[in-house]
Design a protein around this ligand. Structure first.
Ligand SMILES: CC(C)=CCC/C(C)=C/CC/C(C)=C/CC/C(C)=C/COP(=O)(O)OP(=O)(O)O
Ligand SMILES: O=P(O)(O)OC[C@@H](O)CO
Ligand SMILES: [Mg+2]
Length: 258
């Protein structure tokens, strides 16, 4: 068994205590253009991206090793796996969001894939981040909802989200992730974020459909600790500096008000 560390979990917990927010960029392995990627990575460093989430519901181009190697070659930003299934484990990454899809009732994604992955994860040096993963209805069918064969939680029932997150925390999950799904029509509503924030202590990750600085700021204000942006940056690279600026000004304002 490899020696495990808990660097990223500890960092997230510390930032949460200090009320510091983080910015994660979702990298879809199927959409990376390796010729311009080093340049993109330099921009991510320049704009102080905190984490890369690497993965997809469905990966058709198995280049995860190459993608992680490029991140490590050009940046010091942690590469965190965001897997759709146990085929998406790349041992050279820094950590893995070990998602349990607690908004759904598909046993394969609550525990099945985890049983298959456990011996591989045990052998790796990957930091394991046990994460309560919750999908929220967001206007149209998302890839993750389709591939996971689960119904997302209603967007107008904060108490359902709150009880789901509470149960996840009671089961020992160390992070919560509210996801409207990649490319969502509507991002996770502030009421849902605030309801989960109010009843849990774990760091809270929020993503899906965040494609403006305003939406990012609203998610942070409602209680997200980490915001994740993927599609928006793929479509408009200028969104990266915009979101980065939004997270930094949020952190600056929180220093001024302490
Ligand atoms: C235990 C292990 C190793 C894996 C199981 C992990 C679980 C429970 C996954 C839950 C369901 C799932 C399919 C999650 C994938 C989420 C993800 C990486 C989404 C990124 O966006 P896409 O859904 O690929 O959207 P696009 O269609 O825009 O690419
Ligand atoms: O691609 P977007 O819509 O930014 O979503 C990011 C991530 O939360 C999806 O799982
Ligand atoms: Mg994808």
């Amino acid at each position: 068994m490899q020696q495990k560390n808990d660097k990223i979990a500890a960092l997230l917990q510390k930032k949460r205590t200090e009320q510091k927010k983080s910015f994660a960029v979702l990298l879809d392995p199927d959409k990376i253009d390796f010729s311009s990627f080093p340049d993109f990575l330099r921009k991510a460093t320049e704009h102080k991206v905190d984490f890369f989430f690497v993965g997809g519901s469905l990966v058709t181009h198995y280049a995860l090793d190459r993608l992680v190697a490029a991140i490590h070659q050009h940046t010091t930003i942690p590469a965190i796996l965001f897997p759709g299934n146990s085929l998406h484990i790349e041992p050279s990454a820094d950590a893995i969001l070990l998602l349990s899809l607690i908004s759904g009732r598909n046993p394969e994604l609550l525990i099945g894939q985890h049983v298959i992955a456990a011996p591989v994860l045990r052998q790796s040096r990957l930091e394991i981040l046990p994460t309560g993963y919750m999908l929220v209805e967001s206007g149209k069918l998302t890839t993750v909802s389709y591939i996971s064969n689960t119904i997302p939680m209603p967007h107008d029932k904060p108490s359902v989200a709150a009880c789901t997150a509470m149960a996840g925390e009671m089961l020992g999950l160390r992070l919560m992730y509210l996801d409207a799904g990649s490319g969502a029509q509507y991002a996770v509503p502030d009421t849902i974020i605030a309801a989960v924030r109010a009843v849990t202590q774990t760091p809270l990750i929020v993503g899906g459909g965040i494609n403006t600085g305003e939406k990012a700021y609203a998610a942070l204000e409602a209680g997200a600790d980490v915001i994740v942006v993927g599609n928006g940056i793929e479509h408009n690279p200028l969104l990266l500096p915009e979101i980065a600026q939004c997270v930094q000004s949020f952190n600056q304002n929180s220093i001024n008000t302490i």
